[in-house]
Design a protein around this ligand. Structure first.
Ligand code: NDP
Length: 419
């Protein structure tokens, strides 16, 4: 018997809720708590009679420590799965510490208000030191390590696909395939087509903040910063075909390089179509990607939040999206003195995901790992207290769970290397 709270009720949360309810012997009691409670009620109703999980719903402001503590004290969850916005990670972690619950999220903390003076100071130091212009920053959550350890609690950071599964793939490669890893390329390909000229596959605000930041990679232990979308390659993906991909800075680069300093070169690529990039450049040029509030007829408006209101809601893309995703890691390194390559990845079909849980593959590939991570904590398989990203944990039970619950792993020792 286990009691779990899921915070948020968007694309990713919806998949995780469906998957938890498929495992109703593990997830016996589930509370869906989000800003718009009608969305929670709708999913709870859809699942009525299809699961033994007892579902309750609650309205919550995830930015309010007091509301969170009141809910956690009342519901008494063993784990809180935070599948809402990364702006609230720290507040939810504080509430988990206060109430003695484990914590899980799918994206590194970033601030909602980028003018907030303390955050701004640290951000400017990061830009100066490493060139990072990304808003996300793991260091805030890493500072919770001792507090979680002292309370005997676990915080799983970034338990989606990337971040998440990609880091478990690194742990797997090191455990089973390599003595030393020299290079790693993480490749995130979405070959899906939703038919809109422009839409993002997960939260538009977070997606556009990520993609419009400078790219960054590691070579010989040093960070290098490049202009957004300035490094471009073509790659032919299993199950998808040839796509254009672009180097980005992505949060798992920061944790992988911290935990695997042996990796000399570490890069992350994501595929984008020409239409997406043209729209994004245009929106950026007119100022609609800005996170700085402007005054409009006496009202404060954050341009990127206004844009989000105009764009299709990612959770509605499911019925229209066709094609597949292919996300994985290509390694080069040594085993028993012999140089070798290894590619580990998953291919996920948008339409199959929709048939199973009513969501497209981006939400599916994030919601399934979140469910598997929570399951491993609840079953006492992952027991390391403190704050962890997935490359720090035993990858085998996690990858077994992915294989079993919808994200089967593919591997080859003959990858086409990126460079
Ligand atoms: P959505 O925008 O679809 O969902 C966000 C949810 O959070 C919504 O239900 C929203 O409520 C709720 N929410 C927002 N603010 C609050 C608040 N103050 N209090 C309570 N609830 C709130 O996002 P996604 O499902 O696409 O993404 C969820 C998370 O997953 C994001 O952090 C994203 O970055 C991450 N992600 C991670 C991936 C990975 O591979 N690791 C891949 C894709 C996404 P409302 O319904 O009222 O809007």
């Amino acid at each position: 018997m286990s009691r779990v709270i899921i915070i948020g009720c968007g694309g990713v949360a919806s998949v995780a809720i469906h998957k938890c309810c498929q495992l109703d012997d593990v997830f016996t009691d589930l509370c869906i708590a989000s800003r718009t409670v009608s969305k929670c009620d709708k999913i709870a109703k859809e699942l009525e009679g299809k699961t033994k999980t007892r579902i309750t719903t609650r309205a919550i402001d995830a930015g309010s420590f007091d509301e969170l503590v009141a809910l956690f004290k009342d519901y008494k969850p063993e784990i809180v799965m935070h599948l809402g916005m990364p702006y609230h990670n720290l507040t939810i972690m504080d509430a988990c510490l206060e109430c003695g619950c484990h914590y899980l999220d799918t994206a590194a903390y970033e601030p909602e208000d980028v003018l907030e003076p303390e955050w701004r100071k640290r951000y400017e130091a990061r830009v100066k030191e490493k060139g990072f212009t990304s808003y996300f920053d793991y260091s805030y959550q890493w500072e919770y390590m001792d507090k979680f350890k002292e309370k005997g609690l676990i915080a799983l950071l970034g338990c989606g696909f990337d971040p998440g599964v990609t880091q478990a793939y690194v742990a797997y490669a090191k455990k089973h395939e390599f003595d030393t890893i020299e290079t790693l390329d993480i490749l995130d390909c979405n070959g899906g087509d939703h038919g809109y000229p422009f839409a993002t596959n997960f939260n538009p605000e977070i997606n556009l903040r990520e993609v419009s930041s400078h790219g960054a990679y590691i070579e010989n232990g040093k960070w290098h910063e490049v202009l957004p979308m300035s490094i471009h390659k073509k790659y032919s993906f299993d199950g998808v075909g040839e796509k254009d991909m672009y180097l980005l800075h992505h949060e798992e680069l920061e944790s992988i390089t911290k935990n695997f300093p042996e990796i000399k070169r570490l890069k992350f690529y994501m595929t984008f179509g020409e239409s997406y990039l043209t729209h994004m450049r245009c929106l950026e040029n007119v100022g609609l990607l800005s996170t700085t509030p402007i005054d409009y007829e006496g009202q404060k408006i954050v341009p990127i939040q206004f844009l989000k209101a105009l764009l299709p809601d990612p959770s509605t893309l499911g019925p229209r999206t066709k094609g597949k995703t292919n996300i994985g890691c290509i390694f080069d390194g040594y085993k028993d003195g012999v140089r070798k390559q290894f590619y580990i990845y998953n291919v996920c079909d948008h339409e199959e995901a929709y048939r199973e849980v009513g969501s497209q593959a981006i939400s599916y590939t994030t919601g399934v790992p979140a469910m598997v991570g929570a399951m491993l904590v609840l079953k006492g398989v992952w027991t390391d207290t403190g704050v962890h990203t997935l490359e720090e944990l035993d990858p085998d039970p996690f990858i077994d769970g992915l294989n079993k619950y919808g994200l089967p792993t593919r591997t080859t020792n003959k990858p086409v290397m990126v460079e």
